[in-house]
Design a protein around this ligand. Structure first.
Ligand code: BGC
Length: 409
């Protein structure tokens, strides 16, 4: 039998799970809930032979009501950190009108998490928008950064004391790409290039303004955003075309946003799921696909190491705020976690300052355009009763978090 090795993580390492409001809470009314019910969406699902009911977020995981139960699960996992997002549409259902009852709700959630000794990673925006804002153009609206600033000011004032790590945005370029180029997400625009430019500009501006607002009120705050990173490599390093395409894709997937907001982030929020092995012919990506998740995404743990090593150039600490796998039968998840952490540990041992790892996700949840079919949870959720049941990988993750170490062969 191969000899096992114990890889210890640094003292104070954050071990967490990652969640988001729309995918968990249930009962939200925003641009997504509206789009799910739109004629265009329903007829598209019908064409694909899919049952529309599986693509309506509806009650999600009912975490709005069951947050205490969820926090107990986080504790069962021996996590010392928890990532959640706020639902802007709940907090500001009409322009400039705050729903203070919802502030109180989030205060209770954050206080309960704090009482459990958890460090909080709070995301201000995870893909969804209040309806009023979506109707006036969403991320293309010329005043959107001011609206986001106004919302940020409220959160800093009301809830800032509970937050350890701020993320203004979760993966702005996912909404840019799916919302304005491929049309897979609302507002469902295809190849809307001019709008895509506006959206980019507004995200950059809104992030910088929010960074200043948070720091103005809480000078020691740790503020960043998350980015959906990818390990991009040419299939053949000696092929100049593949090399050049890989460079360009790498720039936009991993570097562009952080370079444009240089001076406006205190750490780097990494979400890692994807490996892109670039070839010179369409569709330009050809992975070896030895292991595939239920989503059809290649499982490629080594990639996280390359992403982390590459981010050394920014000379900022890194927090892995998402990494996980769609795996309904829990066939891969334990190895997935172990192997990714093996590579994270290697990056740390080679000088990358990684402050923490948050697994996506605590529970099976609403997986956006893919509805409820994709199961990312350490805990399974019964869609009728909402009962949460631990998958075997939850036990492994709990051991890792408890001992702050991973055992590898
Ligand atoms: C998103 C999550 C999503 C996960 C899996 C991430 O990019 O932030 O909301 O559920 O990917 O697709």
């Amino acid at each position: 039998m191969a000899k096992q090795k114990i890889l210890k993580f640094p003292a104070g390492f954050l071990w967490g799970v990652s969640t988001s409001s729309y995918q968990y809470e249930g009962g939200n009314v925003n641009d997504w809930s509206e789009w799910e019910k739109s004629k265009a969406r329903l007829s598209e699902l019908k064409k694909q032979g899919k049952n529309p009911d599986d693509y309506i977020s509806g009650p999600a995981c009912d975490s709005y009501n069951r947050y205490e139960e969820d926090l107990a699960l986080v504790k069962n996992l021996h996590c010392n950190a928890y990532r959640l997002s706020l639902e802007w549409s709940r907090l500001e259902p009409e322009p400039g009108q705050w729903n203070m009852a919802e502030i109180e709700h989030y205060r209770k959630v954050l206080q309960a998490a704090k009482a459990d000794g958890l460090k909080i990673s709070l995301t201000l925006w995870h893909y969804t928008l209040p309806l009023w804002l979506a109707r006036q153009g969403g991320w293309t609206d010329k005043n959107v950064s001011q609206y986001f600033s106004r919302y940020t000011e409220l959160i800093v004032k009301e809830l800032g004391q509970y937050v350890d790590y701020w993320a203004t945005f979760n993966e702005p370029f996912v909404v840019l790409g799916f919302g304005y180029l491929t049309g897979k997400f609302p507002p469902n625009r295809k190849l809307a290039l001019l709008n895509a430019l506006k959206v980019t500009r507004n995200f950059l501006k809104a992030h910088k303004q929010a960074y200043n607002i948070i720091h103005g009120a809480i000078p020691a705050a740790q503020v960043s955003l998350t980015f959906l990173t990818a390990y991009v490599e040419p299939a053949n390093i000696w092929n100049p075309i593949e090399w050049a395409i890989a460079k360009i894709i790498n720039y936009f997937r991993n570097d562009y946003f952080f370079k444009r907001v240089n001076g406006y982030f205190d750490y780097i929020g990494v979400d890692y799921y994807h490996h892109l092995r670039i070839v010179w012919y369409p569709p330009f990506v050809k992975n070896k696909n030895k292991l595939l998740s239920d989503f059809g995404w290649e499982i490629y743990p080594e990639g996280i190491y390359h992403v982390l090593m590459d981010y050394k150039k920014f000379k900022k600490p890194i927090i892995i705020l998402e990494n996980g796998v769609a795996d309904a039968r829990d066939k891969f998840r334990s190895d997935f976690i172990t192997e990714h952490l093996r590579w994270v540990h290697r990056a740390i041992s080679e000088g990358v300052e990684v402050l923490g790892y948050f697994h996506w996700s605590l529970l099976d949840n609403f997986e956006w355009a893919d509805g409820y079919a994709m199961k990312f949870g350490l805990y399974e959720v019964d869609r009728q009763t909402f009962k949460r049941t631990a998958r075997p990988s939850a036990e492994l993750y709990a051991q890792i978090c408890k001992n702050s170490e991973v055992i590898v062969d």
